[in-house]
Design a binder for this molecule. Structure first.
Ligand SMILES: Cc1ncc(COP(=O)(O)O)c(C=O)c1O
Length: 394
């Protein structure tokens, strides 16, 4: 094993530390906005009569999980086994690992399950089903499985019309003493829609139709399919009727980001995540303000470049989180952010002397969060009330 040399521990922060006292760049999380975003989604899904399974891939934090989940035991969805291990340690009992299972990971899944967590896996092929069935037979652990069904051609999944494959997977699983728990879909193509509520609701309806078609194909073949799971932030937000669906998953809505604001599924003023930066230079002839938050702090995600409003590497806000008019991170190097007015903007460049603090709203909360190892959690006074660790890695 290679020797690891952990870096120095950060200076402990006193509760109530002002943002001016933080070392930059660092990640800020507005707890009130996070709680409001979660409450809004929960109320919407309760009205629609479905369970909510928050996806914790954006947050990767037990503290956030406890706010997002409906009970301390879950349900929850994870994107890495590292998350599953940490959450299991923290008492979460009902989880789905939401990335198609690689046979080599089944021992690690079994170890998490042996510690008392009901961790389910997903798959979309007969080969994976055979591997899971073989593992279930040899270990005696009837690992629960959801068949991933393709909602919209976005990524993976069995076509909902491919009854033969769905049934073959279900039969191989049950014959091998694994548990067929249901079907799972993720309407990732909804991310391509921009400010079109009719199209977003239609994407949610298409996701549901595909889910129900796949579930009925399994049931018609005599297989059980108790869970019918759908979800993405846009389709969850715009779903109007979820009859036949048992649970909805969504994750990025908790923090929100500029990309989801471009889709129309969150509002810019509800974005809970930002990066705190310090002004370190000026290039007046070019209209630039240089900060210490480059792409290493913001991520290289330029998802909004494909949308109607390109937000560069992020929208620049004052310390209270209010966006400056037309001010974005127009470009970024590894540790330098280049702040400038949007092309064609009429606003004037604000006067931000060396040492001024700024907050940058992220294009993609999952990617920006992944650049950091902790959240500085803002209280109602806009001060740091807590520091919450993140569970990075795999
Ligand atoms: C399988 C699966 N389910 C649910 C989600 C949650 O979607 P969102 O991040 O839009 O909330 C994702 C996101 O990548 C996903 O991959």
């Amino acid at each position: 094993m290679p020797t690891t040399h952990p870096g120095p521990e950060p200076r402990p922060l006193a509760a109530g530390t002002a943002l001016d006292a933080l070392e930059t760049p660092c990640l800020l999380l507005d707890e009130a906005r996070l709680r409001a975003n979660v409450a809004g989604m929960r109320a919407h899904l309760t009205r629609l009569g479905v369970a909510f399974r928050p996806h914790l891939k954006t947050a990767k934090s037990l503290d956030v999980a406890r706010i997002a989940m409906t009970t301390p035991e879950g349900p929850a969805m994870v994107s890495t086994l590292r998350e599953a291990e940490s959450f299991a340690e923290g008492g979460v009992r009902d989880m789905i690992y939401g990335v198609g299972i690689a046979p080599a990971k089944l021992d690690r899944v079994a170890a998490i399950r042996a510690r008392g967590a009901d961790l389910a896996v997903i798959l979309d092929s007969v080969a994976q089903a055979d591997a899971v069935a073989a593992h279930a037979r040899s270990s005696g652990d009837s690992v629960p499985v959801l068949i991933e069904v393709d909602a919209d051609g976005h990524r993976s999944g069995v076509a909902p019309t491919d009854t033969a494959t769905l049934v073959a997977i279900g039969q191989r699983l049950t014959a091998g003493h694994a548990t067929l728990r249901g079907v799972l879909l993720h309407a990732g193509d909804s991310y391509a829609i921009q400010h079109d509520p009719t199209a977003l609701t239609a994407a949610a309806e298409a996701e549901c139709r595909a889910a129900i078609m796949a579930a009925e194909a399994l049931r018609a073949a005599g297989l059980s399919c108790p869970v019918v799971s759908v979800g993405s932030t846009p389709t969850a937000r715009y779903a109007r009727d979820l009859a036949g669906i048992t649970e909805v998953r969504a994750g990025v809505f908790m923090f929100g980001d500029l990309f989801q604001a471009g889709v129309g599924s969150v509002a810019v003023e509800d974005i809970a995540l930002s990066v705190l930066a310090t002004v370190i230079g000026h290039q007046p002839a070019k209209g630039w303000i240089i900060t210490d938050a480059g792409w290493m702090a913001l991520s290289r995600d330029r998802g909004t470049a494909r949308q109607a409003v390109d937000q560069g590497y992020g929208v620049v806000c004052d310390l209270a989180g209010r966006p400056y008019r037309d001010l974005i991170v127009a470009d970024a190097n590894q540790e330098h952010g280049i702040v400038a007015l949007r092309r064609g903007a009429e606003a004037a460049l604000p006067d931000l002397p060396i040492g001024s603090r700024l907050r940058i709203l992220p294009n993609h909360a999952c990617a920006t969060g992944a650049q950091h190892d902790r959240y500085h959690v803002l209280d109602a006074q806009g001060r740091v009330g807590a520091v919450w660790p993140r569970i990075n890695g795999w």
